[in-house]
Ligand binder design. Structure first.
Ligand SMILES: Cc1ncc(COP(=O)(O)O)c(C=O)c1O
Length: 375
C-alpha cells in the first residue's frame, strides 16, 4: 500500500486544473500586471479573472478581494489593519481561545501597541456562545474575530449570529475561513462578515497565496506600503502565477457536492473506529456543526504521537506535542476542557478529494494492529 495522506487540513495537493491555469506564467508570460504594454496583458487579465473567481465563490465583488501571501498574512492584515485604521475609535478586540496562532499572535502583538484583547472561552465541543460575544462588547470594541471552522476539531462557529451582534453594535467582524472554504458554504452576505480570510494551500492551490475579503467601505490600513497595488491595501507586484492558481481553486470549490462523498467516507471511518474500539475511542468536536472532512478522535489513555509512530506511512496529526520531554495538550483541546487522559490520545484525520475507501479500511486495520491499542 502506498503512503496514505489524511492531513488535508494541514495542506492539500495542487489540483491538476490549478496547475494548468498557472502553467502560462511558468512558460514565459512574465510581464508585470501593472505595465501598460503587450507583455503585461496576460498577467493583468489572469489577475482580474482570478479576482472574479475568488469573489464569485464568496458572493462578493471583485474590488473587495485583496490577494495576500496566504492565510497568516490575510489574518494579520484584517486584525492589525483594522486596529491601525480604527484605534482613534477604540482599542478593544474580541476573539476566542480556539483561533489559529495567525489570529492570536497578531492580537498579542497589538497588546504591545495598546490594544486590549478579550479571549472568549468555548464549550466542550469547541463552540463559542454568541451571548458571551455580546457581553464582551464595550463602547471601545472595534473588532471581533471568530474563526469559521476550527483546523483541529473542525467545529463550525455560529458566525451569522455573531455577525448580527457585531453589526448591531457597529463593530467590525472578521472570520478566518482558511479551513471552511471549499468544504462548506462561505458566502459573505449569508455569514454577514466584514472581513474573511482565505488560504490557498488548504484549497488545492499552492502555498504562498491567499486572499482577504474586505467589505466595501470597511476601513483598513495597509501593512505593506509601497506603490498602490491592490487598491493601496497591499503593495507589491502581484503574482499572476499564484493568483491564477487561487482563482481556479476557488472556481473548483464552487462544487460543494464533492464534499458529500468525503463526509460519507469520514462518517464510515468514525463508525469503523467505534466498531473496532468501542468506548476506548471518543470524538472531539461537535457531532453536527463540524467540517465534513475532519475526524478528531481520542484513544483514551494513550499518547497520539506514540500511536502515529507505529502507523508507518500514514500522514495525520496528533492533538498533543512533546515539549522538553513533557507531552502537552494542544491549546484547542485544552480550551475545550478535554481531560488530559483523553486529549493526549487525540488524532486529527482530515480527508480530501483524493481520499478513498481503501485508505480508510487500511488505516483502521493498521490501528487495530497497534499493540498499544489492543483491548
Ligand atoms: C484556521 C487557519 N488559519 C490560518 C492558517 C494559516 O494559513 P497559511 O498557512 O496560508 O498562512 C491556517 C493554516 O494552518 C489555518 O488552519
Amino acid at each position: 500500500m502506498p503512503p496514505i495522506y489524511l492531513d488535508y487540513n494541514a495542506s492539500t495537493p495542487i489540483d491538476p486544473a490549478v496547475a494548468d491555469a498557472m502553467r502560462l506564467f511558468l512558460d514565459g508570460a512574465f510581464g508585470n500586471p501593472s505595465s501598460g504594454h503587450w507583455a503585461s496583458a496576460p498577467a493583468k487579465a489572469a489577475l482580474e479573472h482570478a479576482r472574479d473567481q475568488v469573489a464569485a465563490l464568496l458572493g462578493a465583488s471583485p474590488d473587495e478581494i485583496v490577494f495576500t501571501s496566504g492565510g497568516s498574512e490575510a489574518n494579520n492584515l484584517a486584525i492589525k489593519g483594522t486596529f491601525l485604521a480604527l484605534r482613534h475609535k477604540g482599542e478593544h478586540i474580541v476573539t476566542t481561545a480556539v483561533e489559529h496562532p495567525a489570529v492570536l499572535a497578531p492580537c498579542r502583538f497589538l497588546e504591545r501597541l495598546g490594544a486590549t484583547v478579550t479571549v472568549l472561552p468555548v464549550d466542550g465541543t469547541g463552540r463559542v456562545d454568541p451571548d458571551d460575544v455580546h457581553r464582551a462588547i464595550t463602547p471601545r470594541t472595534i473588532l471581533i474575530s471568530v474563526m469559521h471552522a476550527n483546523n483541529e476539531v473542525g467545529t463550525i462557529q455560529p458566525i451569522a449570529e455573531i455577525a448580527a451582534i457585531a453589526r448591531d453594535h457597529g463593530v467590525r467582524f472578521h472570520t478566518d475561513a482558511a479551513q471552511s472554504i471549499g468544504k462548506i458554504a462561505t458566502r459573505v452576505d449569508t455569514l454577514g462578515v466584514d472581513l474573511l480570510t482565505i488560504a490557498g494551500h488548504k484549497l488545492y492551490a499552492p502555498k504562498g497565496v491567499g486572499a482577504l475579503y474586505v467589505r466595501r467601505g470597511v476601513e483598513l490600513e495597509s501593512l505593506i506600503h509601497g506603490a498602490g497595488h491592490e487598491h493601496g491595501r497591499r503593495a507589491g507586484t502581484e503574482s499572476a502565477l499564484l493568483a491564477a492558481g487561487l482563482g481556479t481553486a476557488c472556481a473548483l470549490a464552487q462544487d460543494l457536492a464533492q464534499m458529500e462523498r468525503v463526509r460519507a467516507l469520514r462518517d464510515r471511518f468514525w463508525q469503523a473506529l467505534r466498531n473496532r474500539f468501542g468506548d476506548r475511542v471518543l470524538l472531539n468536536g461537535h457531532l453536527n456543526h463540524r467540517l465534513p472532512n475532519t475526524l478528531n478522535v481520542s484513544f483514551v489513555g494513550k499518547v497520539g504521537a506514540d500511536i502515529l509512530a507505529q502507523l508507518d506511512g500514514v500522514a495525520a496529526s496528533t492533538g498533543s506535542a512533546c515539549h522538553s520531554g513533557r507531552v502537552e495538550l494542544s491549546p484547542v483541546l485544552a480550551a475545550m476542557g478535554v481531560p488530559e487522559r483523553v486529549g493526549m490520545g487525540a488524532f486529527r484525520f482530515s480527508l480530501g478529494r483524493q481520499s478513498t475507501d481503501a485508505e480508510i479500511d487500511e488505516v483502521v486495520a493498521r490501528l487495530a494492529n497497534v499493540p498499544a491499542l489492543a483491548a
